[in-house]
Write a protein that binds this ligand. Structure first.
Ligand SMILES: [Fe+2]
Length: 298
């Protein structure tokens, strides 16, 4: 037990916490921890290594308020602002509430995150992108509404030597205007455009912990630096097509009260459809920013 400010931190004994692989592609399930209670830095350090190793962590059976999710998320680093319109509800700026629940508590027929149905990595359109995202399933559909994850390190490893040579040293320009314009859901707002001007990231990023290269692309990647949109598109599309083959994809079927956390530096993800008229889907999401030094060097 340790004291931090006014908080009393009580850890579950670490030996009781089990981290076991959830699929051959990526991901591990974390059992034996209650994240509604404060956790120590030592335990978060253990989770940080597990996240680097497994890329996706699934903490089962959590009972979390928005504030408890924020408290755990803050252990990982500074939280990013949600700049998309309507992302924030209940006056809690750090949590993006994705919900298809209407005022009467019934499904409203709208997908909770339509714009996330294309492959992407969170906030790659920001100068300091997301290191990790945490998504908590308050209510999840009995069927559908899965989240798909790509192991972008394994996908890089499987590229041909010719393709590796071709993309070596290339930089992509990511732009929220591009992904909104081509996503068919909403155009970027003035606020988003002001907060997220076009930004450059290496097309192959080296993970700061594992030192493994990973393809860093997805729907926010607009074009290759120095190339035209027309020249860039075939290459960017080919990389996403390659990376999203079944052999690199893990499909997460949500259970109620799963907290799913992923490493945006070496994965891509996509939301899937569900019956928005019959099923409720309510999720809380936080975003933890990359360490700026890591973001600049990756
Ligand atoms: Fe996302």
């Amino acid at each position: 037990m340790t004291m931090a400010g006014n908080e009393i931190r009580v850890d579950a004994p670490q030996r009781d916490i089990l981290i076991k692989p959830i699929s051959p592609v990526l991901g591990a399930e974390v059992a034996g921890v209650d994240l509604s209670k404060p956790v120590s830095k030592a335990l978060v350090d253990r989770f940080k290594q597990a996240l680097a190793d497994y890329k996706v962590l699934v903490y089962r059976d959590q009972e979390l308020t928005q504030q408890q999710l924020i408290a755990f998320s803050r252990m990982w680093g500074p939280l990013g602002e949600h700049i998309m319109p309507g992302a924030v509800r209940d006056g809690v700026a750090e949590v993006n509430v994705m919900s298809n629940k209407d005022a009467a508590g019934k499904p409203n027929g709208r997908h909770t995150d339509s714009s996330a149905k294309r492959w992407h990595t969170d906030r790659s359109y920001m100068p300091v992108p997301a290191m990790t995202s945490l998504l908590y399933g308050v209510e999840v559909p009995r069927e559908g509404g899965d989240t798909l994850f790509v192991n972008a390190s394994a996908a890089y490893d499987a590229l041909s030597p010719e393709m590796k040579a071709k993309i070596e040293g290339l930089t992509a320009i990511h732009w929220v205007e591009w992904s909104r314009r081509t996503g068919g859901v909403a155009v970027a707002t003035d606020y988003e455009l002001k907060k997220a001007p076009p930004v450059k990231h290496k097309l192959v990023r080296i993970h700061p912990v594992t030192k493994r290269p990973a393809i860093y692309a997805g729907c926010h990647a607009w074009k290759i630096d120095g190339w035209s949109e027309e020249e860039s598109r075939p290459l960017l599309d080919e990389l996403v097509r390659h990376a999203t083959q079944d052999r690199f994809v893990y499909r997460h079927k949500w259970r109620p009260h799963d907290l799913v956390q992923w490493d945006n530096r070496c994965t891509m993800h996509a939301a899937t459809d569900f019956d928005t008229h019959k099923e409720l889907r309510v999720l809380y999401r936080t975003i933890v920013e990359c360490n700026p030094a890591d973001a600049a060097s990756m």
